[in-house]
Design a protein around this ligand. Sequence first.
Ligand code: C5P
Length: 235
Amino acid sequence: MNDPRIIVSLDYSDPDQALKLIRKMNPARCRFKIGKELFTRTGPAFIEKLISKGYDVFLDLKFHDIPATVAKACCAAADIGVWMINLHASGGLRMMTTAREAIDKQLHKPLLIAVTVLTSMSDRDLKQIGVDRHVAEQVMDLAKLANKSGLDGVVCSAREVAILRKEFGGGFCLVTPGIRPQGSDHNDQQRVMTPAEAVKAGSDYLVIGRPITRAADPLKALMKIEEEIRNVISD
Ligand code: C5P
């Protein structure tokens, strides 16, 4: 595969544990997501190591600040050479367009995507911060704002992917966590989709952590998911 759809989530606090997993993987088959925990412990050096091994890295730091600060943070991430970065759409149109313009001036331009509403948030949580509407409505409006700002796509839960795909068509990148292959442990994920269902609904990239990282044979688990996806694509 030249464009692997599986992004393995490196949710480790210990870089050595992450490296153990990475050694079992293959850059032709997956990309990696590095979030706040591992990045805060290891900094850019760890990402550079992954890139030198041929991996694409999604740096999941969800920037949210004043426009100039977010734009500079995005440029700093682009300088590391990552493949994808993200920010919070709730930072607003000006924050997103400023980041877009800054990235467009970079030599290396990572994909710039937005988080709409965190999937950990309910209608009640939104109400507590003064947003008196359903999560689904807020997700759609923030995704529209991200699209209008020229962002490349959004992170969305599996249950939102079909409606967002319908709204934005093919060019808007949808990145979906909460994926569980048939028969695997749901862990703490509430509303899950199988890899095949997510791809069928319109997801471009699947963020998958524990079903791969905690498998007895992670590469075998990854290849099984690949096969499941291949069957859908060739349907
Ligand atoms: O182990 P699992 O497959 O549940 O890992 C999914 C990854 O995606 C974790 O890093 C989790 O924090 C992240 N994520 C998520 N749901 C979101 C956004 C990110 O599960 N809405």
